[in-house]
Design a protein around this ligand. Structure first.
Ligand SMILES: Nc1nc2c(ncn2[C@@H]2O[C@H](COP(=O)(O)OP(=O)(O)OP(=O)(O)O)[C@@H](O)[C@H]2O)c(=O)[nH]1
Ligand SMILES: [Mg+2]
Length: 182
């Protein structure tokens, strides 16, 4: 069994936990306090799992550094679009993550519903759009918005991992049908 990882980073309060929460059912969100992480595990097929994880403490990257570089599929950098003061921290976190493994990275310009939120383009331009860095707007409190962002990252890596197609199809099937539960 192989496990591949999507690592979520982002400044304190940017919406990492909310994002993970909106990605599935409350029961399947695992909080592992001993290791300081919260995560979801998706079964892709008999031989492949996908774990989407974040550190409970925003500033900690030790769990990321324990994952073999080749097993990291991509990064989600969650940013509060209405809190410009936090963006330089987001930029440091993006650089830190990509310094460890250079993989596709999606900047999630979160809290698009807030008055005064910068556009995804503004957030992306400020943090810096290098190659294999993408940006999308999001409202992490809305499952359909979170699924769309997550799919965007999966699309950017699917050419490497064709087996992800079944997971992508499953997420697309449930996409947008459950915002009433939000
Ligand atoms: N309006 C709005 N609020 C959001 C959104 N996403 C998250 N929040 C709120 O922002 C606050 C922080 O969200 P969390 O998900 O706890 O953020 P976090 O990144 O896990 O924070 P730490 O674990 O402390 O680093 C909570 O009150 C969320 O409800 C969003 O899209 N819109
Ligand atoms: Mg959190």
């Amino acid at each position: 069994m192989t496990t591949l990882y999507v690592y979520i980073a982002g400044p304190e309060g940017s919406g990492k936990t909310t994002f993970l929460h909106s990605l599935g059912t409350p029961e399947s969100l695992i909080v592992d306090r001993e290791n300081g992480i919260e995560y979801r595990q998706f079964v892709v097929d008999d031989t492949l799992d996908l774990q989407v994880l974040t550190s409970i403490e925003a500033s900690r990257f030790d769990r990321l550094l324990e994952i073999a570089q080749r097993d990291i599929l991509g990064y989600l950098i969650i940013v509060d679009s209405a809190d410009q003061e936090s963006w330089s921290m987001a930029r440091v976190m993006l650089a830190h993550s990509r310094g460890y493994a250079l993989v596709p990275t999606l900047i999630v310009a979160n809290k698009q519903d807030l008055l005064g939120a910068a556009t995804p383009e503004q957030v992306g331009a400020w943090i810096g759009m290098e190659s294999m860095v993408y940006v999308t707007g999001c409202q992490a409190t809305k499952p359909s918005s979170v699924r769309a962002a997550f799919l965007q990252l999966l699309f950017s890596v699917r050419h490497e991992i064709e087996r992800l197609d079944s997971l992508i199809a499953e997420i697309e099937r449930t996409f947008g049908t459950d915002d009433a539960d939000a």
